[in-house]
Design a protein around this ligand. Structure first.
Ligand code: ADP
Length: 823
């Protein structure tokens, strides 16, 4: 079929069905019935309720002299009469007397409820069918669904009704359409299920051909039987037609059950969530819509039970079928049809349905009550009416929120999510919190395979990942994302054609990067097109569908509230950093002034000594002995001065990483002895008891002699400084486990245990020391540690407050090498 012809054919089919439906419904209003109940079993029909002379149980032999054996035959005969017509009923009463009575026919449907429900159900099927084929005119499953729905629409609308007093052609068409549409609908439904959501039975298959041909033959046979029955009411065709009608019911039953089973199997085979939800709805529609029809109508009909539920209710249940199919089509894009429906239509339909079900319940329960209480009371209806009135508004609100949540989930979630997220973002106090919150919120709103949240680093141009899920690639290649690249024309996501729905505009600037790292969309966190502070990076949606306009609107709103938070956090961080820097600057300036004060004091002491003794030396009367003593003092103080200045210079070099060592073979024993020699002046002045225990064998190490001197001098001068009461110092050297070790022990004030770990920090001075008048800059041990480390040595200290301290310094023994190995 090509182009227009296809549409013309659909148009003709749909219109014919509609025409048959409309005329059939109009004839339901004039469907006639006997004024008493009747039923049939095994070639006998009988009266079921008393009516004048007719008593329940009387056999009905003939209507208008035409012999009848079943209720079916009676109905067919009466169906060409009008309410008000008088017919002759021949019956056999309990006393076996056979009599004929004139009976005036009444209306079959008194309250019109059935007609209304039939009409709604029938048109719902028809509209859905037409909609489906109009949306997907070339899709096989859609065409089959269209034909199925339209057939069932005709089946529902053309319920046996008046077909014309003299059997006019319209009457024939309506009457024949009824069994035919049943038959066709059944087979087409089965074919639809076989083709949905994927093809199970190929069209050019022998089974398909035979199924269609058999149906075709059966259709012709049914049409002939029906036509002949109607043309001449008193023939054996009546029986044939009746049996064929039964067969149609059995076929319908079989197809519905078979279709459901196939659907269950298909459902089990489909693993993806979206595919399943498409089927689920059709399945539930079938279960809740068709099951009551099968249980309460079809089965009793086939097996000749009485109906035990109102026909209207069965038909109302049947309405669930098109509704659920519609949900499958609209919500889950079954048949891949995308639709936009007005909310109000759904509200009204659902509210109507609710009221209908509600009034049915009231009707049934008041009937039951009437039956049990034995009298009919209007009060039940009044109570029911009040109840409906009271419940209507809350019910309406409930339905509204249900419809919003269910059919317009995105919109509903959109409004809720915005409220929720704007509240939650206010609560975010760190990037981690923000990242985690966005991750989980976005994932619940639009489930995605992977997601990452980026934020600007404080330094500016770079971005960092603050949270991610399945996006290690982005984390690794974060360098490829630049803040300036995120600037896009106002409100456009970065994406590319395959990832977005056609109506969503996008910026394809980053297409190459996005494709390389399986990114479907990048949404900048920005306030306007001039500044971006981060981005939301998204992989594909879990549903496999493209990003829609509403997805983007939702994400974009989230992005702008997230942008505000990022900006706020950025400012906070900057403020904190500035505060820290300010603090640091303050500390440094304090240290500097402290350093200057203490160093100048330290420098002043030896300088004043030098000055005093040089003045004394100028005295002409000075003895040689005295002048020798003064000169020793001047030399000692000069050494101290030199040490101090060396320390300051060393530290400054170390700070700038400019300190260089000239390593050579050095005997630690010799170095220790020389230092002790140099320090002897100070030790003597301070009246120290000195104990010296130098190893007998030389302890060669690879070291810078000046640096080693500095180590020993600093430790010894600390011992001198911090031993105010017990003035004792012991120095020993020893070879220990392949190391050369020098130990300096004093009996001074000691260092409290918890301060031991800090004494090697630059500028660190113990509190008690600081408050005392012992001066120092807190640099000595920092220099010592730096030198020992550079020599691959180890320094450790044992100390007990009030009992003195012991410093161990070990250097690796120098095994081979030249005496002049500079580094
Ligand atoms: P300072 O210029 O203050 O002496 P150091 O770096 O040489 O600086 O020493 C750091 C701190 O370690 C000193 O302020 C002192 O509190 C403590 N300290 C170092 N050596 C000794 C010691 N032999 N006895 C007691 N305390 C010591």
């Amino acid at each position: 079929m090509v182009g227009n012809i296809r549409y013309i054919v659909y148009f003709v089919i749909a219109l014919t069905a509609l025409a048959i439906g409309v005329s059939a419904v109009s004839r339901l209003f004039i469907k006639a019935d006997l004024p008493f109940d009747y039923g049939s079993s095994r070639h006998e029909s009988f009266v079921e309720s008393d009516f004048g002379e007719l008593k329940s149980g009387d056999l009905i032999n003939a209507v208008n002299d035409i012999p009848v054996e079943s209720a079916f035959e009676i109905e067919t005969l009466i169906d060409n009469k009008l309410p008000g017509d008088v017919i002759r009923v021949t019956f056999t009463d309990q006393s076996s007397a056979r009599r004929t009575l004139p009976v005036t026919l009444v209306k079959f449907y008194n309250d019109y409820l059935f007609i209304i429900v039939t009409t709604i159900a029938g048109y719902a099927f028809w509209i859905l069918g037409v909609f489906v084929v109009a949306s997907k005119p070339k899709d096989k499953a859609a065409i089959l669904l269209f034909l199925t729905l339209v057939s069932f629409a005709v089946a529902i609308l053309s319920t046996s009704g008046y077909y014309g007093r003299n059997a006019d052609w319209i009457g024939y068409v309506i009457r024949i359409s009824h069994p035919l549409s049943y038959l066709l609908g059944s087979i087409l439904f089965l074919m639809f299920i076989l083709n949905f959501p994927y093809e199970t039975l190929r069209s050019r298959n022998i089974l398909t051909y035979s199924l269609y041909s058999l149906t075709g033959v059966l259709c012709i046979y049914v049409s002939i039987a029906c036509y002949l029955t109607l043309r001449d009411l008193d023939t054996h065709w009546h029986d044939v037609y009746q049996n064929l009608w039964k067969l149609c019911e059995i076929i319908l039953f079989t197809c519905l059950i078979l279709g459901t089973i196939i659907l269950i199997f298909k459902y089990r085979r489909i693993t993806d969530r979206v595919g399943r939800s498409k089927i689920e709805w059709i399945f539930w529609g079938m279960t809740f819509g068709v099951a009551p029809f099968i249980i309460f109508w079809l089965v009793p009909n086939i097996f000749k039970f009485q109906y035990f539920i109102r026909e209207e209710l069965i038909l109302a249940f049947l309405l669930i079928v098109p509704v659920s199919f519609a949900v499958a089509v609209v919500k889950y894009h079954a048949l891949d049809i995308e639709v936009i429906i007005k909310r109000s239509i759904i509200y009204f339909t659902l509210i109507g349905l609710m009221i209908f079900i509600y009034s049915e319940l009231i009707f049934i329960s008041s009937n039951i009550l009437t039956k049990y209480l034995g009298y009919e009371s209007k009060i039940f209806y009044i109570v029911a009416a009040i109840l409906i009135a009271l419940l209507l508004n809350p019910l309406r609100m409930k339905i509204k929120s249900f419809v919003d949540r269910f059919f317009f989930r995105e919109k509903y979630a959109f409004d809720k999510a915005i409220q929720k997220i704007s509240l939650m973002t206010k609560e975010c106090h760190s990037y981690d919190e923000l990242g985690d919150m966005l991750l989980s919120e976005i994932n619940t709103l639009i489930p995605v395979k992977s997601i990452a949240i980026l934020a600007k680093t404080i330094s500016g141009d770079r971005l960092r990942v603050i949270a991610q899920n399945n996006f290690e690639t982005v984390q690794k290649n974060i360098g490829a994302f630049r803040v300036k690249n995120l600037l896009s024309r106002v409100d456009l996501p970065f994406s590319y054609e395959q990832k977005v729905e056609p109506d969503l505009p996008y910026n394809n600037k980053m297409e190459a990067i996005l494709k390389r790292w399986q990114i479907a969309m990048v949404i900048p966190l920005s306030f306007d097109s001039s500044e971006a502070v981060g981005a939301i990076i998204l992989g594909d949606k879990l549903s496999g569908m493209r990003y829609s306009k509403s997805d983007f609107q939702l994400l974009n709103t989230i992005a702008s509230s997230a942008a505000l938070v990022v900006k706020r956090l950025e400012l906070q961080e900057k403020l904190i950093m500035e505060e820290v820097e300010l603090e640091k600057a303050k500390e440094i300036s304090e240290l500097k002034s402290y350093f200057v004060a203490s160093v100048s004091h330290d420098l002043k002491t030896p300088l004043s000594a030098i000055k005093i003794f040089s003045e004394l030396l100028q005295n002409e009367n000075i003895t040689k002995e005295k002048s020798g003593e003064y000169l020793t003092i001047i030399e000692g103080e000069t050494d101290r001065l030199k040490r101090m200045i060396d320390n300051i210079l060393d530290f400054s070099k170390m700070e700038k990483r400019q300190k260089q060592f000239s390593f050579r073979k050095l005997d630690l024993n010799k170095a220790a002895s020389e230092v002790m020699q140099r320090m002897s002046y100070e030790l003597r002045m301070q009246k120290f008891t000195v104990d010296k225990s130098i190893a007998t064998e030389p302890l060669y190490i690879n070291a810078d002699p000046d640096a080693v001197n500095s180590v020993l001098e600093n430790i010894i001068s600390n011992s001198i400084k911090y031993s105010e009461k017990r003035k004792y110092l012991k120095i020993s050297t020893v070879r220990n486990n392949g190391n050369a070790e020098v130990t300096i022990e004093d009996g001074g004030k000691g260092i409290p245990g918890n301060n031991l770990e800090h004494i090697f920090d630059a500028f660190y001075r113990e509190r008690s020391v600081e408050s005392s008048n012992i001066k120092g800059a807190g640099l000595g041990l920092a220099i010592v540690k730096n030198i020992v480390d550079a020599h691959e040595g180890v320094i450790d200290v044992q100390s007990k407050e009030g009992h003195g301290s012991t410093f161990h310094v070990t250097f690796p023994i120098y095994e081979n090498g030249n005496e002049d190995t500079a580094n």
